[in-house]
Design a protein around this ligand. Sequence first.
Ligand SMILES: Cc1ncc(COP(=O)(O)O)c(C=O)c1O
Length: 374
Amino acid sequence: MMEQQATVPPASGHAVPVRDDLAELIGYHSPQVDVEVRLNTNESPLPPPDEWLAELQKEIGRIEFHRYPDRGATALRAALAEFHGVDVNRVFCANGSNEVLQCLLLAYGGAGRTAALFEPTYALHRHIAALTATKVESGWRGADFRLDLDVVDRVLDSARPIITFVCSPNNPTGRAESPDTIRHVLARAPGLVVVDEAYGQFSPSSALDFVGGDVAGSDRLVVVRTFSKTWSMAACRLGYLVADPSVVRACDAVALPYHLDAMKQAAGYLALRHVHAMEARVAMLNEERGRITAALAELPVETWPSDANFILFRPITRTARQVWDDLLASSVLVRDCSTWPGLDECLRVTVGMPAENDRFLAALGSSLNERPSS
Ligand SMILES: Cc1ncc(COP(=O)(O)O)c(C=O)c1O
């Protein structure tokens, strides 16, 4: 029997139809506005160290640009394996952690398979699942935006997902999950447990401690990390996972050949020579996070504790949109999350440099001192 074909319009002048299941899909965008203080996309406010840039420039001079890059990204993966104290066959790298997530969903998701996630969470988990025709089953987080284990059990038992996403610290709400929670999910989930630790270095604990260990289910644990945040390298688009070697082989199989260019590979392994500089940036940002949190406690806003480089808050006396507009008028850009699932009237601010945070707090203070809207 012939397979049914998608309907193709008969004549020119008609748009060729995209896949039926993607017809309504809108691409993921983070709106950018030209402002003086940009606190909307959780980037590092500081560039990488000058020494890294000098080393990278030298290394780029040595690249044979007429040749394809090292397909296995050997030096980069070896440096990451050493950094995390794991075997090199447990590391897979890609163009940003988003591409890591995409490879996981290409390899393990797809038609007839299900991924589980817990809202509100990082929108790309659901989005990339849709791109790969993977069904999504979701549950809500608790009032503190951490995983509610009763909800987790219910979703996992009914959906039997091939992938369970746990974002920790969770974007956009900020809290990290405890090691006990990760242990619980690993024991209960039937498939891979993908712990997205894009903000892992800001947090007191990491699921990396379980990789290769003897905790039940740890062979199904995948920890995803990025160079975009703590390493100050968002422009490079580099992310990776640490997992069982079988997961690395599966991702290698679905990644396009030579997907990691030679400059990116060099940028990554050279960055790992500057761990102390990265740690100093994280310490500064964590301190600033504490200062912003304390200042927010004095304002009419609801806030949630954060283990990341951003803070979620909900203005009480004015709408999120009014506050967002006021901040923008002061040339301060934060993320408006108020239309996201479960985040009514919420805004998210990325921790910036001390002077940027001062600008944000001053603008927020004057916005909230406006007369409340009737
Ligand atoms: C939770 C989470 N995971 C992954 C990513 C993607 O990061 P990358 O720049 O490595 O693709 C982000 C980016 O904001 C994020 O917040």
